[in-house]
Design a protein around this ligand. Structure first.
Ligand code: GLA
Length: 351
């Protein structure tokens, strides 16, 4: 059994529903046409030998502890699966790492899929997602939700109910419009404190309200917090963002792209002002995109850097690119990278 098996796993952008997955709210991520590829071959011992252009070859043994830099996500995924098999793994990617496009989730899911396949284990997509998530939470200490893992395992755009785990496909047929990804180049690090701090604030607010998931709070929940209490604005974001996701699903169904755009922009404002996870570069990217005629724009993913997305008429793309690049130059910031993206298949076993 020395065949090489090749798993191709996309990245994702989140269209709307940010910082809701660990609050039991709805999210609407899209698998995109940039990928992590994991090639895997059986080994006769219990070791994982991992090659990647991200760094020198790493050997991972069953008693592995964190500390392998880029390969920790592979080690964490193997450990979460129970280190079921030895393998040679080659990991390649055209997804920028640390840009908020779920490169870690794609690598973890690819590793779990590849190792489970070599070991002859049959896992549902929910089980793959949960195992890959534990690579981050248990091994790397990043207390993330499960949105990214589910997003990269399913085709195209999906409404995910993060409480029930239900995943419902959403068809995006926005003729004449393009989804633009603006990579600010500011690297974010989910394991760093701010993400965990927001999650802890949400848990504290849910406890005050006597509910398990903050997203199930009613609109009057904000009244329970003093005006100068930061928890008040965190709660307001979670409630209003949940409403925006439902509004976005309706707008998409009615092909009301202006309305969808407005919801994306309101989502950004809420993340900036109430949830406080944006940064100068993301705000400037969003403003410049709107200035150039985008219907809506917002940061996507955890925030604190990474990428913004803009929904824009395709015939305005050139102007949008120029405006965003000029706005960054005005601030003396390194030039951002822009690309258009589209919904793509979820993880597949390649030829
Ligand atoms: C990161 C996490 C996700 C989610 C987003 C914010 O991408 O991995 O679980 O919490 O941030 O919506």
């Amino acid at each position: 059994m020395n065949d090489v098996r090749r798993w191709v796993v996309p990245g994702r952008v989140n269209l709307i529903g940010e910082h809701l997955d660990y609050n039991g709210g709805p999210v609407l991520p899209i698998a995109i046409d940039k990928h992590v590829t994991v090639k895997a071959r059986h080994r006769d011992d219990t070791e994982l030998h991992v090659w990647s252009d991200l760094g020198p070859k790493v050997v991972i043994r069953p008693d592995v502890a964190p500390g392998h830099a880029w390969a920790d996500v592979v080690a964490g995924a193997a450990k979460a699966l129970g280190h079921v098999v030895g393998a040679d793994l080659v990991i390649e990617s055209d997804l920028p790492a640390g840009a908020g496009l779920a490169s870690s989730a794609a690598t973890a899911c690819g590793t779990v899929l590849a190792l489970a396949d070599l070991a002859g284990l049959e896992l549902s997509r929910a089980e793959v997602a949960e195992t890959a998530r534990r690579a981050e939470t248990d091994f790397r200490g990043a207390p993330i939700g499960v949105m990214d893992q589910l997003a990269v395992l399913h085709d195209g755009a999906n409404l995910v109910d993060t409480r029930s785990g239900d995943v419902t496909p959403v068809s995006l047929e926005w003729d004449g419009l393009s989804l633009v990804v603006i990579d600010t180049g500011v690297k974010h690090q989910v394991a760093a404190g701010e993400y965990a701090a927001r999650r802890a604030e949400c848990e504290a607010a849910a406890e005050t309200l006597g509910i398990e998931y903050l997203a199930s709070a009613g609109p009057d929940a904000v009244l329970r917090f003093d005006d100068d209490d930061p928890l008040k604005s965190r709660v307001r974001h979670v409630i209003t963002e949940s409403t925006r996701v439902r509004g976005a699903v309706r707008a998409i169904g009615e092909r009301s792209w202006d309305r969808l755009g407005g919801l994306l922009t309101s989502s950004h404002e809420s993340l900036r002002d109430d949830f406080a996870v944006s940064c100068g570069e993301l705000d400037v990217a969003v403003e410049a995109a709107l200035d150039a005629g985008a219907l809506g724009a917002r940061m996507t993913g955890a925030g604190f850097g990474g990428c913004a997305i803009a929904l824009a008429p395709t015939d305005r793309l050139l102007g949008l690119r120029e405006k965003v690049i000029a706005a960054f130059a005005d601030h003396d910031w390194a030039s951002p990278t822009l690309l258009t993206t589209r919904p793509a298949p979820g993880a597949t076993l390649g030829a």
